[in-house]
Design a protein around this ligand. Sequence first.
Ligand SMILES: NC(=O)C1=CN([C@@H]2O[C@H](COP(=O)(O)OP(=O)(O)OC[C@H]3O[C@@H](n4cnc5c(N)ncnc54)[C@H](OP(=O)(O)O)[C@@H]3O)[C@@H](O)[C@H]2O)C=CC1
Ligand SMILES: O=C(O)C1=N[C@H](C(=O)O)C[C@H](O)C1
Length: 233
Amino acid sequence: MKIALLGYGKMGKVIERIALERGHEIVLKKDEFNTYDGLATADVAIDFSIPTAAVDNISNCFHANVPVVSGTTGWLEHYDEMAKLCNEKQGAFISSSNFSLGVNIFFELNEYLAKIMAQFDSYKVTMEEIHHTQKLDAPSGTAISLAKGVIENSNYANWTLDEAKNNEIHIEAKRIGDVPGNHTVTYDSVVDSIELKHTAHNREGFALGAVIAAEWLAGKTGIYTMKDVLNLK
Ligand SMILES: NC(=O)C1=CN([C@@H]2O[C@H](COP(=O)(O)OP(=O)(O)OC[C@H]3O[C@@H](n4cnc5c(N)ncnc54)[C@H](OP(=O)(O)O)[C@@H]3O)[C@@H](O)[C@H]2O)C=CC1
Ligand SMILES: O=C(O)C1=N[C@H](C(=O)O)C[C@H](O)C1
């Protein structure tokens, strides 16, 4: 497969290595300064850039008729706009706050646990995410997905980085050294606590998941999620 990399930073470089190991060819490495030359020749594009560049990257893919997998976080207020453009152009699109297999299993466990815990108001949920100090957005996209997973399956209404009201989920975002990404969901009562935790040991899992999603998406049209790719529906 011919792959266009939109964003060639920490993630773009790991994705390149894994894509080459799996027999793919890289036809574009887009950073802040170069053009989209070569994009139209790609079978699929993989966007891991920055919050302010994601919308341009994704919409250029739809205009060039190239399926796009986006892992960039911090731009989701524009998601509906991108979904509309994808449908208009009959494009193909997967966006996920986290492409690793482990985190996608963790998302399923989080939703299941939220359904159970919704019956027990003696427990209050909180979340913590820890990432490297270069991360631009807070909270992490993964923490927002986890909060949405709880909100959709309980009486919680919102998440907040500030002090939480009764129906709000507090998210603590910490930036420490080179941490690739840790997420913890905690249900606390007066007598005990229940914790679900995912720890990424490096960036390989995110990158492999994104390449697998790209292999799955190439040649399709429509809007999908990692639940489709991993058959978790
Ligand atoms: N969904 C998932 O599984 C994961 C998502 N992420 C997310 O992916 C994104 C990238 O992470 P990471 O690689 O660590 O970040 P980096 O900062 O290392 O890389 C971002 C890259 O984007 C480039 N960039 C800047 N402007 C543009 C532009 N206009 N078009 C294309 N590229 C541009 C930067 O180029 P330059 O160096 O020239 O400024 C930089 O190389 C983040 O949003 C992060 O949260 C990260 C890991 C996993
Ligand atoms: O910026 C990162 O590094 C990561 N970003 C994603 C997020 O915001 O959830 C995924 C992963 O945790 C690493």
